[in-house]
Ligand binder design. Structure first.
Ligand SMILES: Cc1cc2nc3c(=O)[nH]c(=O)nc-3n(C[C@H](O)[C@H](O)[C@H](O)COP(=O)(O)OP(=O)(O)OC[C@H]3O[C@@H](n4cnc5c(N)ncnc54)[C@H](O)[C@@H]3O)c2cc1C
Length: 374
């Protein structure tokens, strides 16, 4: 039985971002453990080799404009890796540097299996395959990459989810259907076309022009630019009025049917690019959920059901703001850390530096009301 104050689950940008902040507040080495079921930056290590960050990195930190993909104000992936659009392995390398620099204790290859919320004041008992841990504070930063969305249409399990592909080049050559025309769908189409395939992207894009520049809602400039390059080559088609209802496996391939009854066939399993489920693994039952399925949290990103259990990362939703990118959710590292810091009497002065560096986001209305005139 190990006893510690704080356990963070997940050594991705969210978990390590919170851990680095607590270390800068002066938490004792023995009072903070990060549990990671794979390696540091496991999600990024699983990205297809050709995948790149859509958010650019640039070492603009000195001007209070922290590198968009940095998780502390004083680091920059662009500076440490020397690239603007990092691949997954390079970002995982940046996360390893963070771990070393802030001396964060990470237990790798350690999957959290079970969590028991002990009676009031006693915190949590956590079980992994090899140990039992007692802690007073738990931050869930387990991400979404491990739970592909299999409920977007019937037969989704017959498709290949884009998160299962490690090299686009490994797939047999031919004609492919890609379901979903947002970031990962266009990335799949781009890579399939680049490796000599013909691709049809299926999506349903309504008529209401969202008139927004928010990359959570419209394609990022990086992806839009790649899409424009693809269109000129003619081996990618987009059917933006095809809402996929079902995929069925036939003797000689797959049949995809739209909600209006249109049918299209494919020899290969369609590529499912509809994203990921909201699944908080072993802490799922310790949260209530909002009407849209996102976990219910208070203004400190603490579960509205269980005290001292916090959420960090891309599943944070404060109506109407979804904090799904690193540059968005890093602005919330301060929320659980300031509660923990105050209760453990840590030195909170570092938060002034975070604020100056644009890494404290507490007025969430500001994010949606901002206009971009041209
Ligand atoms: C294809 C793709 C491209 C993207 N491009 C960008 C981009 O350009 N810019 C951007 O800002 N965002 C991008 N994102 C989103 C970004 O990857 C996520 O927002 C980010 O990974 C979320 O960070 P996280 O720390 O919450 O989760 P993750 O990075 O997924 O980290 C979670 C960690 O928790 C571990 N874990 C899970 N369950 C357990 C358990 N039970 N026990 C122990 N460990 C566990 C996992 O192994 C993982 O290492 C992209 C996402 C995808 C899929």
């Amino acid at each position: 039985m190990i006893k510690t104050e704080v356990v963070i689950v997940g050594a991705g940008p969210a978990g390590l971002g919170c851990a680095a902040l607590l270390k800068q507040m002066g938490i004792e080495d023995t009072e903070l453990v990060v549990l990671e079921k794979g390696e540091i930056g496991q999600t990024f290590l699983q990205w297809p080799e050709s995948m790149r960050f859509i958010t650019p990195s640039f070492p603009s930190n000195g001007y209070h404009q922290t590198d968009l993909n940095a998780i502390t104000p004083d680091t920059s992936p662009a500076f440490s890796i020397g690239k603007e659009h990092l691949d997954g392995k390079e970002y995982a390398q940046y996360l390893s540097m963070i771990t070393q620099h802030y001396n964060i204790k990470v237990e790798t290859n350690t999957c959290l299996k079970r969590v028991v919320n002990l009676a009031d004041e006693d915190g949590f008992e956590l079980e992994t395959e090899s140990m039992t841990i007692r802690c007073n504070y738990l931050i869930w930063a387990g991400g979404e990459f491990h739970t592909p969305n299999l409920s977007a249409f019937r037969g989704a399990e017959l498709c290949k989810h884009n998160s299962e592909i490690s090299q686009w080049n490994d797939l047999d050559k031919g004609e492919y259907l890609v379901i979903g025309g947002y970031e990962s769908g266009v990335d799949a189409a781009y890579n399939l076309a680049n490796t000599g395939n013909k691709v049809t992207v299926l999506d349903f894009i309504g008529n209401d022009d969202t008139n927004t520049y928010d990359p959570s809602l419209v394609l990022s400039p990086y992806t839009a630019e790649r899409l424009a390059n693809l269109s000129s080559r003619g081996n990618v088609e987009l059917d933006d009025k095809f809402r996929v209802e079902s995929v069925v496996k036939e003797d000689n391939g797959y049949t995809v049917t739209s909600s209006c009854g249109k049918v299209i066939s494919s020899k290969f399993p369609p590529i499912n690019c509809t994203g990921f489920d909201i699944n908080l693994g072993p802490v799922s039952k310790l949260f209530d959920y909002q009407a849209n399925g996102y976990p219910s949290i208070n203004k400190f990103d603490e579960s509205s059901k269980v005290s001292n259990l916090f959420l960090a990362g891309s599943r944070l939703y404060h109506d109407p703001t979804l904090l799904c990118f690193i540059y968005k959710f890093r602005g919330r590292f301060f929320a659980p850390c300031s509660v923990i810091g105050e209760e453990l009497a840590l030195d909170m002065s570092i938060l002034r530096h975070y604020k100056k560096s644009g890494m404290i986001l507490n007025d969430l209305d500001c994010c949606v009301e901002q206009e971009c005139f041209c």
